[in-house]
Ligand binder design. Structure first.
Ligand code: HEC
Length: 148
């Protein structure tokens, strides 16, 4: 009985975390779309940046189905993207800091997945998602400054 309760609580917990993650990304996306309207939509940078979306859904799928390989695959892809040249569009210290934090999150996400610690992975993913939004907010601020 107690095992059943524990696993139910765990499912509820992961469900809540995933719901919050989707809501956060959704909120960010809405802001972003408004911004994107003012510039060409599918330039080369956009396409590369959008690779993060498919990697993120892998992570989310991995968390919802407790598939450690999927989590690792998504996190590895995003860690590699963050090392690529296209990622370094900005080089100011804050942008670099966001990038370093993001890479740290991807590393911890992979570690949690390797240990099949799905609760830790879910929390790490929340943190990383917040990182997506914070960096984007910073990028919008930088762009606004550059366009002044
Ligand atoms: C360190 C900063 C940083 C982090 C962290 C980051 N991004 Fe981005 N992202 C960018 C930059 C820079 C752009 C391009 C902005 C521009 O061209 O104005 C971008 C663009 C995008 C775009 C829009 C592409 C288009 O259509 O133009 C999406 C979607 C996106 N990122 C998703 C994500 C997701 C999901 C995460 C987290 C898993 C994430 N990003 C984390 C910096 C970041």
């Amino acid at each position: 009985m107690s095992i059943l309760n524990e696993s139910r609580a765990r499912t509820l917990f992961i469900g809540a975390v995933c719901f919050a993650a989707v809501a956060l990304v959704g909120a960010g996306w809405t802001n972003w779309s408004a911004e994107a309207r003012e510039k060409p939509k599918h330039d080369a940078l956009s396409e590369k940046m959008r690779l993060k979306l498919s990697a993120s859904s892998k992570v989310l799928e991995g968390l919802t189905t407790e598939d450690a390989d999927l989590i690792r695959e998504g996190a590895t892809a995003m860690a590699e993207q963050s090392q690529a040249e296209f990622w370094q569009v900005f080089t100011d210290p804050d942008y670099r800091e966001f990038t370093v934090e993001f890479r740290g999150s991807m590393r911890r996400l992979k570690e949690a997945a390797a240990k099949e610690n799905f609760d830790a992975a879910a929390l790490e993913w929340m943190d990383a998602t917040k990182g997506c939004l914070d960096c984007h907010k910073h990028v919008r601020r930088m762009r606004a400054k550059l366009n002044q």
